[in-house]
Design a protein around this ligand. Structure first.
Ligand code: ATP
Ligand code: MG
Length: 459
């Protein structure tokens, strides 16, 4: 694998590795995802090289190599090119042995390119490409980026027909490694491919076995699906194949997915009124987007089951099922809480409560979810947001009275502190101090009264 921001650099580095291996008398090709993506007109930044050279030979031919998966015959080869550095993963052709744990083969045997193509999961992932072969030939397909494709499993025809098909017997291939079911869905969704009928049937048949796969691996696959704009297609495919139940650890549901579909892309979750963000609004940062997308999916699934998601129990379950981080789980729970809050009754709440709700993390995302199925309510909420924004103090002003002020008034820190600060801030949000000559002094007077009366004193 070559990880470089610049796709051309990654490709050139991988080509250089192929050339060195070839000059030393070995077979060597680009393999797997990079070939698939090149043929689809994409510009991959990850290149894998497959070769008949053993790891010992690869290590002898290049400087500074690192054994990353010695037992699998994978060696990382560093390449310096145009003042940049990247590393290419070079894997020796192999056939995988039996899979006792349905995850990692018990042993691998170094083999030829035919066996290596056979051990790969899907035909579109089992193509090789010779980047040094530039002469055009009518029998061979060329990559748009140059080089000749070597297809040992019928992957090209599937790629051209937009079909995702297991290499070999789909039932057996899924039984070897149940995670392949999730990979199938991820590739089909991302590429917009149809899962070939026998592979599709095997996915459903094998679905329950996903429970045996580690939650970290399931979570990692789900995250990748949810980060991609095809997330609703992926969720739908999971549901169609009954993979939703073992993946999410809940009952299977064939839910319509309007909320997941309507979700904006990571990093774009401002309010759905095109006016961008405003002070006090905190859209979830991009890395926490899986939490947002899971909230949308949970809302869709619960709606199909006839109830609104309970933020706490849903978060608890999904956190365990997908090994969510603390921050991802917090995001999920906040969006679901804000979503539960955004009912027609929200419109009748006092302005200070609305402002607090708008400023809370999860609000803008929840409004996207509501808008997906109730645009009229969303418009009315947005209207109110506009009014609150335009108010004198805005949505989330700097508090006129803070903890330091209370200490200076002689207050002891303790529970009363927060009660008084909240009460004064609510009055500020309600614009009670906006028309007075000295808002700060008036707010302090109120704070003093509240402290004197043990928190009671609001008139
Ligand atoms: P991407 O990295 O874009 O998700 P990829 O096809 O490169 O897609 P990787 O996980 O990087 O996927 O794996 C590289 C290649 O290794 C795959 O194209 C496939 O040929 C093979 N492969 C990976 N995981 C499996 C698996 N679980 N079973 C069989 N083959 C696999
Ligand atoms: Mg890859």
């Amino acid at each position: 694998m070559a990880r470089a921001q610049d796709p051309q650099l990654a490709r050139d580095a991988a080509t250089q590795v192929v050339r060195t291996l070839r000059d030393a008398g070995h077979e060597a090709y680009f393999a797997g995802g990079c070939v698939r993506d090149e043929l689809l007109g994409l510009h991959p930044t990850d290149y894998d090289v497959a070769t008949d050279a053993t790891p010992a030979r690869v290590t002898a031919l290049f400087h500074g190599t690192i054994q990353v998966g010695a037992s699998f015959g994978v060696v990382l080869v560093p390449v310096n090119l145009r003042a940049a550095r990247c590393a290419i993963e070079v894997a020796t052709f192999r056939s995988d042995g039996t899979y006792a744990d349905a995850r990692r083969p018990d042993h691998v045997t170094f083999a030829d390119k035919h066996a290596d193509a056979q051990r790969r999961d899907f035909t579109i992932n089992a193509l090789f490409l010779d980047p040094l072969e530039t002469a055009p030939s009518p029998q061979h397909t060329a990559s748009p980026l140059g080089g000749r494709v070597l297809d040992l499993v019928g992957g090209l025809a599937d790629l051209m027909a937009n079909i995702l098909r297991a290499v070999g017997d789909p039932v057996q291939r899924l039984a070897e490694d149940h995670l392949r079911a999730l990979r199938a869905v991820r590739f089909a969704a991302r590429l917009g491919f149809t899962i070939e009928p026998a592979t599709s049937a095997a996915l459903t048949r094998d679905a329950g076995s996903l429970r045996g796969v580690s939650r970290e691996r399931v979570g990692a696959e789900l995250r990748r699906m949810l980060m991609h704009r095809s997330r609703a297609v992926a969720a739908d495919l999971l549901q169609q194949h009954a993979l939703d139940a073992p993946a999410l650890d809940e009952a299977p549901t064939r839910a319509a997915l309007p909320r997941l579909l309507a979700l904006p892309e990571p990093g774009l979750t401002g309010l759905p009124d095109g006016r961008g963000q405003f002070p006090g609004e905190c859209p979830a940062p991009e890395e926490l987007y899986p939490g947002v997308a899971l909230a949308a999916w949970a809302a869709d699934r619960n709606h199909a089951a006839g109830f609104e998601p309970n933020p706490e129990s849903t978060t608890r379950r999904l956190r365990r099922a997908l090994c969510l981080s603390n921050d991802e789980a917090a995001t999920l729970q906040r969006v679901l809480s804000a979503f539960r809050d955004l009912t027609p009754e929200w419109l009748d709440r006092p302005s200070h409560e609305q402002k607090r709700s708008i400023a809370r993390a999860g609000f803008s995302e929840a409004l996207w979810l509501r808008r997906a199925t109730d645009p009229i309510l969303a418009d009315r909420v947005l209207n109110q947001v506009g009014l609150r924004r335009a108010s004198a103090s805005g949505i989330a002003p700097e508090p006129l009275v803070n903890g330091g002020d209370l200490l200076r008034l002689g207050a002891q820190s303790g529970p009363m502190f927060k009660i008084v600060l909240d009460a004064v801030f609510d009055r500020q949000l309600a614009e009670d101090f906006s028309d007075v000559p000295d808002p700060k002094a008036t707010a302090l007077t109120l704070a003093r009264t509240l402290l004197a009366n043990g928190g009671y004193g609001l008139t």
